[in-house]
Design a protein around this ligand. Structure first.
Ligand SMILES: *Cc1c(COP(=O)(O)O)cnc(C)c1O
Length: 214
């Protein structure tokens, strides 16, 4: 499956994040040996432990809900945070990045799915923060784009319309607040069950776990 997925991603110029949460170091090393260098985790403790025990040239992405009081633990090494989902969290990431003399890459997680439990910005709320310049002043963060999770449903049209909405939010942010800067280039959407639809709707990064590690 790894080969199939990497060629799908290459064909569509998409970056593959191998979601390795709950997987063993041995399983991760197996993919590493095949050439995979980007792995995503959703818990701080596990992310930190894997960073410390696996090869140093792995890029570690934080893809899950992040509590402000845990940012400190991953700030020295995390490569990309997909879950930038509130102003207080962004401020804490900015602060810890500054303490580590780093600029950390972050995606704005936007709520597109219907499940209440899913975190992320409401689009209107996010635009308001940009209008008030609360976000653009965080100069130890490099905003790279957006992330979202579609509703967990077998109805493809719902999934497609949510991905399409995320892509258009990305386009709007890029134009209005990032001057179409080249560094604002990432639309992280699509998982094992819906990555093909995500690709068709403009994903530039997919996060795949179960399909890769079965
Ligand atoms: C677990 C997870 C994934 C991967 O899900 P699969 O269905 O196993 O591919 C992607 N994104 C997030 C945020 C996750 O927590």
């Amino acid at each position: 499956m790894y080969k199939e997925l990497t060629s799908f991603c290459t064909d569509n110029t998409i970056i593959l994040v191998a979601v390795s949460k709950t997987r063993s170091n041995a399983a991760i090393l197996d993919l590493y040996q095949k050439g995979q260098r980007i792995f995503g985790e959703n818990r701080v403790q596990e992310l930190k432990q894997k960073f410390e025990t696996l090869p140093q040239d792995i890029d570690w992405h934080m893809i899950g809900h992040l509590q402000s009081n845990k940012v400190k633990q991953i700030a020295p090494f995390v490569k990309l945070i997909h879950s930038g989902s509130s102003l207080s969290l962004l401020k804490e990431i900015n602060k810890q990045a500054r303490n580590n003399d780093r600029i950390i890459d972050v995606l704005l997680q936007i709520k597109i799915g219907k499940e209440e439990a899913k975190s992320g910005w409401d689009k209107s709320e996010l635009l308001e923060q940009f209008e008030n310049q609360n976000i653009s002043s965080l100069n130890h963060i490099q905003f790279r784009g957006v992330m979202g999770m579609a509703t967990f449903t077998s109805d493809e049209e719902i999934v497609r319309s949510e991905f399409s909405e995320l892509k258009s939010t990305f386009d709007q942010l890029s134009e209005s607040y990032f001057n179409d800067q080249k560094s604002f280039d990432t639309v992280s959407m699509g998982m094992s069950g819906d990555y093909k639809i995500a690709a068709e709707e403009g994903a530039t990064m997919v996060r795949i776990g179960s399909l890769l590690f079965q």
